[in-house]
Design a protein around this ligand. Structure first.
Ligand SMILES: Nc1ncnc2c1ncn2[C@@H]1O[C@H](COP(=O)(O)OP(=O)(O)OP(=O)(O)O)[C@@H](O)[C@H]1O
Ligand SMILES: [Mg+2]
Length: 265
């Protein structure tokens, strides 16, 4: 079976694209899939740091595209998962060093040898975004439950439809059930009402995400983290499994939930 090529994008910056790519890559590779992730954020590479591979970079994606090395030479094998590879972004180049047709060529060479190619997109809807979606079979749009992030996600979902890359699937990241409960944060249902796309996962706010990213070992490795569990569930859904969504609302007592359901709270 040829690879599924999946791009994670968002519109708004800082909502968790790179975190999602790293964690989905780890979850898929831990589960027996052969995975390559590509850092499409030329000039601001990050995925290498979250995966703990920054010291192993010799060549990058622009070196491959400009013929300074072979594709295999730019592929860095993960330290823990032998079936996981990273193609790092160039740090010193601007995003115009890569074109959508370059991305298509690069990904074509990977399709037959891997199960998943995951592409991390830069923020925005400029050239870097166009490069990141060019080769995608499927696009995951990630948003936080915040009005500005949801608005940008909506714009991106519209562009993806217009470019025949839709329908996108949605990841809601950094949901805080306690804030939702106090009506201080949009709920997952609110976000879905606004965006009207298929939901593929809800990832809770979890400080372990930041701690593990700083250590270069994505939280999907951690069996106890709720965010890790959420990413592992999304990975299984990408493989076509039906996996129920996590009950993130379990922070209140059953009594509180019953009262709320009865309309008293
Ligand atoms: N579920 C989460 N819980 C807590 N922190 C999170 C969560 N998801 C992401 N973060 C943190 O949010 C910050 C931004 O995440 P990340 O770099 O993945 O976003 P991005 O969309 O790739 O940003 P950019 O647009 O700059 O590329 C990081 O510090 C990350 O650790
Ligand atoms: Mg990023």
């Amino acid at each position: 079976m040829p690879a599924q090529v999946i791009t994670v994008t968002s519109g708004k910056g800082g909502v968790g694209k790179t975190t999602a790519v790293a964690n989905l890559a780890v979850a898929l590779a831990s589960n027996g899939s052969k995975v390559v992730c590509i850092d499409g954020d030329i000039g601001l590479r990050n995925l290498d740091v979250i995966l703990g591979l920054e010291n192993r970079i010799v060549y990058d994606i622009v070196d491959v595209i400009e013929g300074r090395c072979r594709l295999k030479q730019a592929m860095i094998r993960d330290k823990k998962l032998p079936e996981l590879y990273l193609i790092p972004a160039a740090q010193t180049r601007d995003k115009n060093s890569v074109s959508p047709s370059d991305m298509n060529r690069l990904v074509k060479d990977l399709r037959n040898d891997y199960d998943f190619v995951l592409i991390d997109s830069p923020a925005g809807i400029e050239r870097g975004f166009r490069n990141a979606i060019a080769a995608a079979d499927r696009v995951l749009v990630i948003t936080n439950p915040e009005v500005s992030a949801v608005r940008d996600a909506d714009r991106v979902i519209g562009i993806l439809e217009a470019e025949d890359k839709g329908p996108a699937a949605l990841i809601i990241n950094r949901l805080n059930p306690a804030l939702v409960k106090k009506s201080d944060m949009l709920s997952a249902d609110d976000v879905l009402d606004l965006l009207a796309v298929e939901l593929i996962g809800i990832v809770p706010e979890d400080e372990n995400v930041i701690i593990s990213s700083n250590r270069g070992a994505p939280v999907a490795h951690d069996p106890k983290s709720k965010a890790g569990q959420a990413f592992r569930n999304i990975a299984r859904r990408l493989k076509g499994e039906k996996v129920p969504f996590l009950d993130l609302d379990s922070s209140g007592s059953l009594w509180e939930r019953l009262q709320r359901l009865a309309g008293r709270k």
